[in-house]
Design a protein around this ligand. Structure first.
Ligand code: APR
Length: 229
C-alpha cells in the first residue's frame, strides 16, 4: 500500500507553533508580502531576517506531539511506501521520529548562501549578517525557506509518488496554497482513497473521508485504522 501524507501548520499547532491563517496566526502579525517574498528580502532584509530568526528561536521552546509520533510509527510500518511531505519549516517531524521528510517549503534550521549556494545547519540568527562558513562573504546568508514566487522543493518526487498512490492524507492544512493544495486532485486521478484530518473540514475540499478534530487525537486514530490495529 503506497501512502502519501501532506502536513501543514495544523499538525504543529498543539506543540505551540502558530499556524498562518487561524486567529492570531503568523499572517495576522505580518503580511506575507512583507516577510516571505524575494522582493521583501531586497526591500527590508533586516525585517525578513528577524522574522525568521524569531521563528528559528521558537523551535527550542517546542516539542513534537502525538501526531508527529504517529506518523513516525506509520513510517516504521510502511518504510519507503510512505512519502511524508510537509509544508512546515519546523523540525518537529524529525524530532518526533520521522527519518524521511520532504520539506517542500524549506527548513528553519538551515540557511543558504546567496553567493556560493552552500547550505548550512543553523541555530543562531542572521539579522547580524554573519559570514558564510563556506565562502566567508558577509550579507550573503538567507533563510533556506521557499518564499512566495519561488519553486517548492521535491516536486518531481511528489508528482511521481502521486501517480501511484493508494492513500493520500492531508493533515492540518487549509488547502489554499498551491501546488500543495492540488495534490488531492492528483491523488483522485490516480484512483487513491483521500483523507483529510483537520480541526475543521476545509471548505473547498472533496476528500473521501474527513477526520475532524485536533491532530493529536485524529492522527493516531487514523494511523491505527490504516495499520489495521
Ligand atoms: N489540529 C488539526 N488541524 C488544525 C489544528 C489542530 N490542532 N489547528 C489548526 N488546524 C488546521 C486549521 O483548521 C487550518 O486548516 O490547520 C490549518 C492551518 O492552515 P494554515 O494556517 O493556512 O497553514 P498551512 O495550510 O500549513 O499553510 C500552507 O501557506 O503561508 C504559506 O508557506 C506557508 O506552508 C504555509 C502554507
Amino acid at each position: 500500500m503506497k501512502v502519501v501524507v501532506l502536513t501543514g501548520a495544523g499538525i504543529s499547532a498543539e506543540s505551540g507553533l502558530a499556524t498562518f491563517r487561524d486567529a492570531d496566526g503568523l499572517w495576522e502579525g505580518h503580511r506575507p508580502e512583507d516577510v516571505a517574498t524575494p522582493h521583501a528580502f531586497r526591500r527590508d532584509r533586516r525585517l525578513v531576517q528577524r522574522f525568521y530568526d524569531e521563528r528559528r528561536a521558537s523551535l527550542a521552546r517546542v516539542r513534537p506531539n502525538a501526531a508527529h509520533a504517529a506518523l513516525a510509527r506509520l513510517e516504521e510500518a510502511l518504510g519507503d511506501d510512505l512519502l511524508l511531505v510537509t509544508q512546515n519549516v519546523d523540525d518537529l517531524h524529525e524530532r518526533g521520529g520521522s527519518r524521511r521528510v520532504l520539506h517542500m517549503h524549506g527548513e528553519l534550521r538551515r540557511v543558504r548562501c546567496q553567493r556560493c549556494e552552500a547550505r548550512h545547519e543553523w541555530e543562531g540568527t542572521l539579522a547580524d549578517e554573519p559570514r558564510c562558513p563556506s565562502c566567508n562573504r558577509r550579507r550573503a546568508l538567507r533563510p533556506d525557506i521557499v518564499w512566495f514566487g519561488e519553486y517548492p522543493h521535491g516536486m518531481d518526487e511528489i508528482h511521481e509518488a502521486l501517480t501511484e498512490v493508494d492513500v493520500f492524507a492531508a493533515i492540518g492544512t487549509s488547502g489554499v496554497v498551491y501546488p500543495a493544495a492540488g495534490f488531492v486532485d492528483y491523488a483522485h486521478a490516480a484512483g487513491a482513497t483521500t483523507v483529510e484530518l483537520n480541526l475543521v473540514p476545509t471548505p473547498n475540499s472533496d476528500f473521501h473521508t474527513t477526520y475532524e478534530g485536533p491532530a493529536t487525537e485524529v492522527v493516531p486514530r487514523w494511523v491505527d485504522h490504516l495499520m489495521g490495529s
